[in-house]
Design a protein around this ligand. Structure first.
Ligand SMILES: *Cc1c(COP(=O)(O)O)cnc(C)c1O
Length: 393
């Protein structure tokens, strides 16, 4: 529910001021409502609340003031009418699927996706008779060719993980709409501070709030943002099926949103500086970062994103052995597959996030043995350079 009083405010202001649900006590910071249920003034009021004839809180699986504040603020930041929060990013994707699709329907999705998203489409959803075709996100003809009469939804992630392939949101939204289908975009990597897919024509945006929205590696969360009409349908699924966000996590995420713009700006500046430095290292074969002029889709990335984002991938000469030497050499950067944290993290995709994929499929997708992915945090960049140099030299 967008608040008309916020219409003329800038995104940085909305991230701090937007959506608060304040009580009569005059608290300055969003209150944390740890309560599973809410009481009614009368039997008649309870009846109206349950029928949805009046707005109000009934039960925290449905609605909660702290969760509402997070939803309203994120909707304002994404430029959507309304948002629904979920327990995790995967729960957000599942809520979209369970709401919009039924047996016999077809999905077209970009192929470079978060691993669990691939498993959800190709494994779990297939069990219910929903099939998915995976395409190269950069190839518009492939998106068009994959459409079938029963295609209801197009889904993409941009930039992709770990190779930072950029999908043209505006063009793919047009392809979806010409076919009468919807486009949903996973905006976890950019966050609304860097990219607003709804403004480029997407129908739904989803988040793993666990990543940059929290930004400090503390809590799990997810959300879907879109039109009031679509989100109402997804809300009805979430309140029934129950993958609701906890009030404590919503409260934590609200404080994450307050510094999101500041963090994304610094993440991007640090990442660009690190990417340029990596390009100059003799033992580095190739660097993937949308903010670099050498990125094949640099122009598109700079058109739809405000900056390159936090994730830099690079290929070291010497394959797995050389890559592992870099991973084992770091003393500041964390060895973990998570990302979107103020702390920089490093991972070797071929032996971790993409280990279950066959070697041939990995090579075809560009996940070579020498590839490393860094989610660049907010530390001083020269400390990160020195850290990576320990294993590179
Ligand atoms: C982490 C992640 C997800 C899944 O989110 P969870 O909060 O871990 O459930 C989905 N998409 C992307 C791009 C992610 O990075």
């Amino acid at each position: 529910m967008s608040d008309p009083q916020h219409e003329n405010l800038h995104p940085e202001t909305l991230a701090i001021r937007g959506g608060l649900t304040l009580s009569e006590h005059g608290e300055h910071s969003q209150g944390l409502y740890l309560t599973s249920s809410f009481t009614y003034a009368s039997a008649a009021e309870a009846a109206k609340l349950f029928l949805g004839e009046i707005d109000g809180y009934t039960y925290s699986r449905f609605t909660n003031p702290t969760v509402s504040a997070f939803q309203q603020r994120l909707a304002l930041m994404e430029g959507g009418e309304r948002a629904i929060a979920t327990a995790t990013g995967m729960a957000a994707i599942q809520a979209i699927m369970m709401t919009l699709l039924q047996a016999g329907d077809h999905v077209v999705s970009s192929q470079s996706l978060f691993g669990s998203t691939i498993n959800l489409f190709a494994g779990q959803l297939a069990k219910f008779g929903v099939t998915t075709t995976f395409v190269d996100a950069r190839d518009l003809d492939a998106w068009r060719a994959a459409l079938r009469p029963e295609t209801k939804l197009l889904f993409l992630e941009t930039p992709s993980n770990p190779l930072t392939e950029v999908a043209d949101i505006e063009a793919i939204a047009a392809i979806a709409h010409a076919h009468g289908a919807l486009l949903a975009v996973d905006n976890s990597f950019c966050s609304p501070a860097l990219q607003q897919p709804l403004k480029l024509g997407a129908d739904l945006v989803m988040h793993s709030a666990t990543k940059f929205l929290d930004g400090h590696g503390r809590v799990m969360g997810g959300a879907v943002v879109g039109s009031d009409k679509l989100i109402e349908q997804i809300y009805l699924h979430v309140r029934t099926a129950g993958p609701s966000l906890s009030p404590f996590n919503a409260w934590t995420l609200l404080s994450g949103l307050e510094t999101l713009h500041l963090r994304m700006e610094k993440h991007s500046a640090n990442a660009l500086e690190l990417a340029r430095w990596l390009e100059a290292q003799p033992n580095v074969e190739r660097v993937y970062y949308p903010g670099l002029a050498s990125h094949p889709q640099h122009a598109l990335a700079m058109r739809q994103q405000r900056s390159g984002g936090a994730v830099v991938s690079f290929v070291v000469k010497g394959g797995r052995e050389a890559a592992w030497k870099v991973v084992d050499g770091v003393r500041v950067i964390s060895r973990t597959a998570n990302l979107g944290d103020v702390k920089s993290t490093i991972t070797h995709p071929a032996s971790t996030t993409h280990a279950r994929v066959t070697a041939e499929a990995r090579e075809r997708a560009g996940i070579v043995e020498g590839l490393l992915r860094v989610s660049v945090g907010l530390e001083n960049v020269s400390d990160l350079q020195r850290d990576l140099a320990l294993g590179l030299d």
